[in-house]
Ligand binder design. Sequence first.
Ligand SMILES: [Zn+2]
Length: 598
Amino acid sequence: MANPVLPSSGVLSPLGLDAVRLSPGFWGDRVALNREVTIAHCQEWEEREGWIGNFRGERPRRGREFSDSEIYKLLEAMAWADHPGLPALAETVAQAQEGDGYINTRWSGSRYTDFEWGHELYCYGHLIQAGVARLRMHGEDRLTQVAVRAADHVCRRFMEGTETCGHPVIEMALVELYRATGAERYLEMAKRFVERRGLPALAEIHFGRGYFQDDVPVRQAQVFRGHAVRALYLASGVVDVAVETGDQELLKAVEAQWERTIARRTHLTGGMGSRHIDESFGDDYELPPDRAYNETCASIASIMLAHRLLLATGDARYADLAERTLYNMLATGVALDGRTFFYANPLQVRVPAVPLEGVNHAAEGGLRSPWFDVSCCPNNIARTLASLPAYMATTAADGLQIHHFTPSEIRSGGLAVRVETGYPWDGAVTVRVLEDGDGRIKLRVPAWASDARLAHGGTVREVTPGYAVADGPWRAGDELRLELPMPPRWTFPNSKIDALRGCAAVERGPLVYCAESVGDEPPLAELAVRVQPPAEHAANGVVELEVEAALGDSDGDGWPYSPARNDRMDASDVRLRLIPYHRWGNRGPATMRVWLPI
Ligand SMILES: [Zn+2]
């Protein structure tokens, strides 16, 4: 079966990519654009920047020490998309593999001399994930051979000893290779990498060992910390190891860390990672909107982790977070043209970015860029969208579970259904049965949905967050209709989040909204909103909102503090237009804010 995550046990089981076919719609359109535009875009830039040439031995070598991993992420995207460019690119990569399976264009000749920053095992992780994707979509070929040889090299070199990589990802890659091949050495190697971490296994660095989660053993950690992508890739691999070895204690440890991270270290958009300096989680409740880093890759890693926890436990809250992150982070990370990307995703931008042609050397979140010095995010988006159907629905002994609603056809065991919906703009979801069959159909009712109803066989009943359940047998033409009312709603932050005190945000269904100002539109620096029901209107297939606000106009450039309270603004009333956060930054340089002072 073709799916990025195929655990051998768990409450829910994945469906193959061929079992979930997306039709035109919010995600179907993005998946098609990814296949037709983004994959080729990434390959062109990797060629232009010399990162592919590194595998041909072109000198001087170009790109950062981990640039090989971008080609591997792209190969994974190509594998899931069944892209015709894969064999030639895999052949180029294969040229760089050495006799014992070692492959790295930066460290060949000085291998394994820098575990903290060298990223060699990290690069193997992405190569192995690409190999697994190819194996499952196509069967053995040059790419799968390169990946297996690299994995065998890793097992020979690292099975004994105390070493591990500064950047996790090899853990989940090795578990998946074990799942795909049945070779237990890969699982054992992954388990050892997980257990070594925090003993500690790596040297002290100026960010501290917490940066690469080497400060305490995984089982003893209380919360996700340090570099957000590293933390979330590691946690994903830990869940994989826990599931395959039946280690309930280890699984529970990650669930508890996730719980605390969601309660204290996650932005409204699902974004994770507050600090720019080391791309890390902040302290508890350190969630500043303007300084939010929220790397696109961290959100992808969070979706991967939530999906693994969903499969292991069946708990709808993991799908809730995945939905929040899909619609407000993944969809934000790539523009509607499929060619420009956000690396950082702040919730407030004070100064419009300066447009820029070519490579973005920074990772700020003002305008989407075609490419970055570190271009993990575009390739990560490409591989995630190429495998997105894998996240939509699952199966279990009693039937089918649909977690995310987008126009699609789903076949699972004895059930075949078509999902028809205008989600996320409209909360009506129709599930039409295509063939006679039996089994229970479960539809996720998101945590935000109140007054949700399920119509089935002439009856309508109220359903609450979690899963709405309908039992068969089914006849072709039968219909289930889930109604998720989506009035715009105000959302308020816990007062412990100092940076957000006195603010509110607007959400509608799964979408977070923001105010955006382009050109001479009203400035957003000084505004206050009235918490009244927002007005809704549809514009080009998008639901926009409007709220009542007052724009201040305080003057003076002097000392900005005074002994008297000076927060009374000389205000003028306006109607403030709000757009979905994922659509911000598409009209040129803009200021933006999600959290609005009341
Ligand atoms: Zn990234």
